[in-house]
Design a protein around this ligand. Structure first.
Ligand code: ATP
Ligand code: MG
Length: 286
């Protein structure tokens, strides 16, 4: 029997749900028992290992798992010789310097000689080195935001997405030094048969991610504006055009990038488009 590819996923936390969602959208069936730490997919040679996110890079490096989903911050912090296979785009956050309200911060050089608490000493050190600042880094594994108030640190460097946690601890975010999203990482020396499985999985992930970037739209249009519509939709290959019973009108179907969607919609309306239908695309492959 084919050896499954082993995928490490955060057991419970900010990455778990979206990681599983992507795999499910790939048409892979799993999840009959949520208490398991390890399970096999029903219809694809994939085994899931549910772990703490900090442990994932090392387990991949030590060949306990083959690939995994972690925040880019965790991958860069551990700095192991692994590869980023795909940027998955979710779990957006930044690693920022934050200081107590009364701290007069004018730039990273305000940190010279200060004590900075962080769970990301490697990333912080390389940033400080880049700008020539010497500081004392106090490594701590969690609850970094309370360290200034208990007198352990003068400033912190921590992950932020909205800043609400910082504010509730009397801290202000003063400088983002690093940006992160979730990434799929793996070893570069996978056995041949696992590489084949990985490529099948990557093809599915790409189709899922591409579909998320586009919308499918259908509308009716006075035929005379067809040329202008082709211009607006630009970039994409020619839309599908179907004649209607009233031969001064046509029906048009095409895909539009999510980020351009509202602009395109307004322009279509100006050209007299009617009955505009928009749907999400589930999968999209070249
Ligand atoms: P574990 O128990 O698995 O070690 P954790 O507490 O270390 O979990 P989470 O807080 O679930 O980890 O965060 C996982 C990842 O989510 C982070 O490494 C980061 O990439 C991303 N993330 C996104 N937004 C935030 C945020 N506001 N704070 C912390 N991490 C965030
Ligand atoms: Mg962790």
């Amino acid at each position: 029997m084919e050896k499954p590819l082993r995928l490490a996923i955060q057991k419970s936390g900010r990455l778990s749900e979206k990681s599983l969602q992507i795999i499910a959208k790939c048409g892979i069936k799993f999840g009959s028992n949520s208490r398991l730490l390890r399970e096999e997919a029903e219809n694809f040679p994939l085994e899931f290992l549910y772990l703490r996110d900090d442990d994932i890079p090392r387990y991949i490096h030590d060949k306990v798992a083959d690939i995994g989903i972690v925040g880019r911050n965790e991958y860069d912090e551990q700095n192991l010789p692994l590869e980023v296979l795909r940027d998955l785009g979710f779990a957006k956050c930044r690693l920022s310097v934050a200081v107590p309200e009364g701290f007069n911060y004018t730039g990273l050089n305000s940190l010279e000689g200060k004590r900075i608490a962080t769970s990301y000493p490697h990333i912080l050190k390389s940033k400080l080195k880049e700008v020539g600042v010497n500081a004392n880094i106090y490594e701590i594994s969690g609850s970094v935001e309370i360290t200034p108030s208990i007198g352990v640190a003068d400033a912190i460097c921590d992950l932020v997405s909205t800043g609400a946690t910082l504010a509730s601890n009397g801290l202000k975010e003063v400088e983002p030094i690093y940006r992160s999203t979730a990434v799929l990482i793996g070893r570069s020396d996978l056995e041949e048969e696992k590489k084949v499985i990985l490529n099948r999985l990557l093809m599915r992930i790409d189709a899922v991610m591409k579909a998320d970037d586009y919308k499918y739209i259908m509308f009716n249009l006075p035929k005379e504006h067809l040329g202008e519509v082709a211009q607006i939709i630009g970039g994409m290959k020619s839309p599908t055009v179907t004649p209607l019973f009233d031969d001064t009108w046509v029906a048009v179907q095409t895909v539009v990038q999510e980020k351009e969607f509202w602009d395109v919609l307004e322009q279509l309306k100006e050209l007299g488009a009617q009955g505009i239908l928009v749907t999400a695309i589930e999968k999209m492959a070249d």
